[in-house]
Design a protein around this ligand. Structure first.
Ligand code: ADP
Length: 264
């Protein structure tokens, strides 16, 4: 028995080291895959606005263009819109890295969730109606006060609505239901769409940084896989929670709960 103990200990140590090495290798492999996907997606997404801006700038050298006020206005609009888009994309990556380094600065204030939702929903009306669909709002929260950073919280709602339109089912108009309600302790916001939906096995990963659901073609809908990671982080930094319910082919419902701020 005295001779057996060291050999058992040795075997256990060997086994643990082996398992540990395998875990590290798999993690590294997954990290490399995620990193490569992110670089691919980001390059792809940044390329589009950069090409549009560069094309518009080239056209400004053309005399027939500079003589036409209509064309000049159009090109000015393209450069303006595309640089805004570029800024939004860079800002998204920057915000996440600031969160990671715990350098995000919040300017929190009391806001009315119903009003905030209404404002963001209005900016989406045209995009949704363009698909032949509608946005329905049921803003029933009677204690709608939230204590949040306005810019970040607007981005949270914006990201959810943007995804609802991005991941729509191309065969049917977008129907979006945005609701708010509360009980005694919590205030809720739900964004429910009738889009492509998310498979059960992917649902638990969608809030991970850089995660994107792989369809046949990753690039058919653009993104970095940062939107929902940002949304979750933001909600949690405001002492809230978020979860999603979804069925592939039927649609997705994102539900956020936040602590109630009692009006004094
Ligand atoms: P991105 O849109 O940049 O890929 P997100 O973090 O916003 O990143 O979303 C992660 C993934 O979750 C997306 O790639 C998409 O597959 C899925 N997803 C998010 N919102 C929806 C939605 N409303 N309907 C269906 N799928 C969604």
């Amino acid at each position: 028995v005295r001779f057996m103990i060291p050999s058992v200990v040795f075997t256990v140590v060997l086994l643990v080291t082996f398992i540990f090495t395998i875990v590290v290798i798999f993690r590294q492999k997954r990290y490399t895959e995620i990193k490569n996907d992110f670089i691919n997606n980001m390059t792809h997404e940044l390329k589009t606005p950069i090409s549009s801006i560069s094309l518009a700038a080239q056209m400004l050298n053309d005399e027939s263009v500079t003589k036409s006020p209509v064309m000049m206005k159009h090109l000015g609009g393209v450069i303006n819109d595309e640089s805004k888009r570029l800024r939004f994309l860079v800002e998204k990556v920057l915000q996440m890295s600031m969160f990671d380094r715990k350098k995000a600065i919040f300017k929190k204030k009391e806001l009315n969730l119903n009003e905030l939702v209404d404002n963001v929903a209005n900016t989406f009306t045209l995009r949704v109606e363009h698909t032949g669909g509608h946005i329905t709002t049921k803003l029933n929260a009677t204690e709608p006060t939230i204590y949040v950073d306005e810019m970040h919280f607007t981005n949270v709602i914006f990201n959810l609505l943007d995804n609802a339109v991005k991941y729509r089912d191309p065969d049917r108009p977008v129907e979006l239901l945005i609701s708010t309600w509360n009980d005694k302790e919590k205030l809720y916001l739900s964004v429910k769409d009738n889009g492509l939906g998310i498979k059960k096995e992917n649902l638990k990963k969608i809030f991970e940084k850089f995660y994107r659901v792989h369809t046949g073609n990753v690039h058919d809908v653009k993104g970095f896989g940062l939107g929902l990671a940002y949304v979750k982080k933001m909600v949690e930094l405001h002492k809230g929670e978020i979860h999603a319910e979804s069925e592939r082919g039927k649609g997705t419902n994102f539900i956020i709960s936040l602590p109630i701020i009692k009006n004094k």
